[in-house]
Write a protein that binds this ligand. Structure first.
Ligand code: ADP
Ligand code: ZN
Ligand code: ZN
Length: 737
């Protein structure tokens, strides 16, 4: 085949399922190109960046209609064979267009065509002669130099520009003088986090931990999936650290995935204290350049440990050794838009392809993972006891029926709070609802403040003095009068964390209160400030949403109050109960982690509810067993497999009609082994002005489902109503609403 006949088959981020053919750019030898390289391409009237899938001798359309690519952007494939294979699998499994799938895996900067080159940053260290300088004698004019010298001499690892952020920009001139005088050295280092030069060793492992570590060690270098099933505080993180240590000693890299809200400076700090290696931390606060840097440094192997949230599952690695998914039950591992992948599930697939072990850790494993253990796909590593001296807290239900309540705070709970504060301890109250109150109501006529764009009410925020919709973000001032009857007697309806805080301030005027929710922690650094206050150890009340539930360690909390234990009992989603149980146990895990024993109170109107009782009396695993049997009886996941086709439009009819047509199409293609439910309106039918409908597909065998999904998704765009709706397919949905 002459080179001149070859065409480039590329994936382009577009909702179309097909790949696209281009001619090679001028003066380019197509045989030198490798799959996974980026190309700049003409696309419609503009340009786009695509990824080479293959060099082919059989164009999909006539040659003379093909346009030449503009340029090749990479010398080396950006996506390794391993990642390409993972992403092809991913596109296939989630029935998502290959171009968009590949684009999801790339940092934005690369998607936009930026060069795949890392930027280094400067690191300054003090020299021996710098140490001998008498800073007092430097003189008034050199105050800045003296300051810098003192800072440098106090640091083992050296300092980067990030450490001098708060100084006037002229610090750089003073630093240049230090370097010129030979008092400081400057070197260029990769833009990574660095561990401590003299890392800590960590505690001696207990028998269960030692066993877990040994079993993971024995599987290094081969695929093996572990469910590290350990109560909060049992030392799961310690297991991760030991396993990573072994991997680093083999000169390999570790990838650690965590939920967004647990990726805190505390967690990163713990890793840094233990390992003297460069780490790439990939969180949502990075800008495009920083994310690109981290990605490239993982790819070229300079970063030995990669810690990141969901999308980090796509991080390339040159010498991968282990994958770790912490809090594997957390639903934030599932992407809820575009390519709706589960980072946990993909991590399993990736580990298998790589032939390396993967550890999924949780105190409250998902029912999916527990089933995988039963079916011997995962090995279970159990840590049933808390590490060290901490004792598990005692959990009890508090019947609040006909109790005196002050905004979700029953009299007995208030007394308990008093008691624990009196013993100089801290109290944590959990309510998974932020804002002052879920809505506002007119006391004369019953009018309720609804969102104009969604089928839901607007949350009252007193501090910001507005009503805000938590679904579409729209907001308006609190009305002075009822828009229906003109009454001025408008009252809050129900309570959120902000209101509880107000009530507590009145009841406990001398006790400091920390509120932790998305509103109080919006400003950068505010969460750290709050956590610092809490760590000071003085008596204090913590009130918060699920942000409080995860990752943090509050050694002085001895009482946890779950204000609304009924919240999960009546959820519309079949996973609502599982989620609530996980949240309760996670929050519970915050109590009594230090030397002081803890107590947990769950307020409920349903003290006889068997699931709640099971959870309190026998713990999460008894609850999970019961929930499993229920799912098995009703043939719900994980005992069956689901896909959800969603459609939204400016009116309800097109959305419903499109799904009707999709339903008919499915029947034409064959629905053997599949049940179809719908079309039906979503629980919140209207959201942000769009009408939302859905069609649910359920099958006992995954293969039956996927046999239909392949051809079906290819043809959905050809349906007559397809142009009037936005549709999306969600394979293994975690949220049915
Ligand atoms: P988890 O990740 O399961 O919540 P951690 O690994 O954070 O548990 O451990 C909880 C606490 O117990 C930490 O302060 C940790 O340093 C400590 N710890 C862990 N393992 C041991 C051990 N074998 N002996 C003493 N303390 C331990
Ligand atoms: Zn009214
Ligand atoms: Zn809204």
């Amino acid at each position: 085949m002459p080179k001149s006949e070859l065409v480039l088959r590329v994936a382009i981020p577009s909702p179309l399922y097909s790949s696209f053919d281009y001619l090679p750019p001028d003066n380019c030898d197509p045989t030198q190109l490798k799959k996974g390289m980026r190309l700049r391409l003409p696309f419609g009237r503009s340009q786009t960046v695509g990824i080479l899938l293959e060099v082919s001798d059989t164009p999909q359309i006539e040659r003379h209609k093909l346009k030449p690519a503009i340029e090749v952007l990479d010398n080396e494939p950006l996506l390794t064979n391993e990642l390409m294979s993972l992403l092809l699998w991913c596109s296939d499994y989630y029935h998502h267009p290959i171009g968009e799938t590949l684009a999801t895996a790339l940092p934005t900067a690369l998607r936009q065509g930026e060069a795949a080159t890392t930027k280094h940053r400067s690191l300054w260290c003090i020299t021996d002669s710098g140490r001998e300088v008498d800073t007092d004698k430097l003189g008034k004019r050199a105050k800045r130099q003296a300051d810098l010298l003192l800072r440098l001499s106090a640091s083992h690892a050296g300092l980067t520009a990030a450490h001098f952020k708060e100084l006037p920009r002229t610090w750089i001139d003073a630093m240049a003088v230090l370097v010129k005088n030979g008092w400081a050295d400057m070197e260029q280092i990769p833009a990574l986090e660095f561990g401590h030069p003299k890392p800590e060793t960590g505690p001696e492992l207990n028998a269960e931990q030692a066993n877990a570590v040994e079993r993971i060690h024995n599987c290094l270098g081969m695929f093996s999936a572990f469910l590290l099933d350990g109560v909060t505080g049992s030392g799961k993180t310690e297991i991760y650290l030991r396993s990573i240590d072994a991997v680093l000693k083999n000169n390999q890299q570790a990838l650690v995935l965590v939920p967004e809200i647990t990726l805190t400076p505390q967690l990163v700090g713990r890793f840094k204290r233990r390992f003297n290696v460069p780490m790439a931390v990939m969180h949502s606060g990075l800008n495009n350049r920083e994310r690109l840097n981290a990605w490239l440094l993982a790819r070229n192997g300079e970063a030995s440990i990669i810690i990141g949230t969901r999308s980090a599952v796509f991080t390339p690695m040159s010498r991968p050794g282990i994958l770790i998914v912490d809090e594997e039950h957390d639903s934030s591992f599932k992407q809820q838009s575009g390519l709706r992948y589960s980072a946990r599930d993909l991590a399993i697939v990736r580990a298998r392809k790589l032939g390396i072990p993967i550890v999924l850790g949780s105190a409250t494993p998902s029912l999916e993972s527990l089933l995988n253990v039963e079916q011997l796909r995962y090995q279970r590593l159990s840590l049933p006891k808390r590490a060290g001296s901490a004792k598990p807290p005692k959990i009890s239900l508090l019947d609040v029926r006909s109790q005196n309540m002050e905004e979700q705070l029953s009299a007995p709970l208030t007394q308990l709070i008093q008691h624990h504060l009196g013993n100089s301890n801290q109290v944590l109250l959990f309510l998974n609802r932020r804002g002052f109150s879920p809505s506002i109501i007119c006391h004369e006529c019953g009018w309720v403040g609804h969102c104009r764009r969604c089928d839901t009410h607007m949350t009252l925020h007193m501090q910001k003095r507005h009503l805000r919709c938590h679904h579409c973000g729209s907001q308006r001032p609190i009305p002075q009068q009822c828009p229906d009857c003109g009454s001025v007697d408008l009252r809050p309806l129900g309570s959120g964390t902000e209101r509880i805080e107000t009530v507590l301030t009145e009841q406990f005027p001398d006790i400091p209160i920390s509120r932790i929710d998305r509103d109080s922690t919006r400003k950068k650094g505010s969460l750290d400030a709050i956590l610092n206050d809490i760590n000071s150890g003085e008596p204090r009340i913590l009130i918060g949403t699920q942000m409080l539930a995860k990752g943090h360690h509050f050694p002085d909390v001895t009482l946890v109050g779950i204000l609304d234990g009924d919240q999960g009992l009546f959820g519309v989603d079949f996973r609502a109960g599982e989620r609530m149980a996980q949240l309760i146990i996670q929050v519970t895990g915050r109590a009594g982690r230090g030397d002081k024993p803890g107590q947990v109170i769950i307020q409920t109107h349903h003290p006889d509810n068997p699931m709640l009782q099971l959870l309190c009396q026998q713990g999460y695993h008894a609850f999970a067993k019961a929930a499993q049997s229920e799912r098995q009886l009703t043939a719900l996941p994980p005992y069956s497999h689901m896909a959800l086709l969603r459609a939204e439009a400016n009116h309800s009819l097109p959305a419903e009609h499109f799904l009707d047509q999709a339903h008919t199409l499915a029947e034409q293609l064959g629905t053997h082994g599949i049940e179809l439910y719908g079309p039906m309106p979503a629980v919140m039918e209207r959201r942000a002005g769009k009408y939302r409908y859905q069609l649910l597909l359920q099958a006992n065998k995954r293969a039956d489902l996927h046999r239909l999904l392949g051809p079906w998704t290819m043809q959905l765009n050809k349906l007559p109503e397809a142009r009037k709706v936005r549709w999306s397919l969600d394979v293994d949905p975690v949220d049915l609403i």
